[in-house]
Design a protein around this ligand. Sequence first.
Ligand code: NDP
Length: 400
Amino acid sequence: MNRVMIIGAGGVGRVALHKCAQHPEIFQEIIFASRTLSKCDKIVDDVKNYPHKIITEQVDADNVDEVVKLFNKSRPAIVINVALPYQNLPIMEACLRCNVNYLDTAIYEHPSVAKYCYAPQWEFHQRFKDAGLLAILGCGFDPGVTNVYVAYARKHLFDRIKTIDIIDCNAGDHGYPFATNFNPEINIREVTANGRYYDQGKWIETKPMELKRVFNFPEGIGDRNMYLLYHEEMESLIKNFPEIERMRFWMTFGDSYLYHLKALENVGMTNVKPIVFQGREIVPLQFLREVLPDPASLGSRTVGKTCIGIWFVGEKDGQARTCYLYNVCDHQEAYREVGSQAVSYTTGAPAALAAKLFLTGQWSGAGVFNVEEFDPDPFMEEIGDWGLPWKNTTPTTVFE
Ligand code: NDP
């Protein structure tokens, strides 16, 4: 019995659940668990048209013993962790205690330190290997599909990749002056941190939003401002493709988003250090998260598209070559299919496909691996059918 457990009933969890439920031939039984049981039940209610057995459960995934208890009760083959990055380590620990394989979409973060790296998760490698279990790290879109694009480009399009620019555009409009498209706390921690990129063997640090470019996006999106950020997939990509000389990550932001973010930063609302308010400790950023629109509620009102892709420069058969691989996802189409906007959609769909590839044995192994370490071909062949078709173009312009 291919039994899968999804932990986290947010925007991404909703999509992962829909995608698994759309494939009953693979996911024969689904357990949908989260901190707030009523959120699981509400989402499952929307999925009731699928011919499926879906069981909902309450769990606090910060607590290893609670996850162990749930695993022992439900016995899943694999857990898709789409709760928050804070829960990665306790869920991985529980997997080892109960012989469950693991998959997530975001790098581990400590709740009170706004800095992340893969080391705490890579340290699990030997234990997963010894147990004969597989952990697949970072299989949303970026990280996730972007890592697969790099593996695919290296396998089929280039003999040598010299530079890559990962370019993430959300050209959606939800009508609010300020809201985030995935968990506000994680999103704001990411974009307020210093930028960083890799060049000739060194990491170069920049101030937040210091480097800006205008990029002309395809399929009617047009010119958008984008800014250099540090992003988690660069850490594993540089480790796994050391030939790459320069690697950067860019994300588009509208002016309204940036003005509000600056103001919130200036008044201390994005801080992760606790303060005392009316006699009790609160974390300003966590308070801010509570007053911002819930990303899961943005689906119905978001129009426009996302476009996430990679601009590669390198060589093939002794000739210089440039390729731009990308996906465009329409917010309203995503909403019509699964009730979530495209940012959640582009994360939950690849996670569900990766779980399928594990269950069918197309992605296998024992240990802890990032997505680019698997064969990209089965993923690239299927991801279009899972809602995220890709295009490979040969640009004639130069991206500096
Ligand atoms: P949401 O905040 O919408 O949902 C998170 C869910 O996790 C909520 O239902 C929440 O429960 C639940 N949760 C939080 N803490 C716990 C806990 N201790 N135990 C059990 N459940 C818990 O986030 P998103 O759906 O937007 O994002 C989910 C994940 O996807 C995040 O890790 C995010 O970083 C990642 N992501 C990855 C992307 C990629 O491309 N790789 C892009 C976008 C997101 P409750 O409702 O009770 O708070």
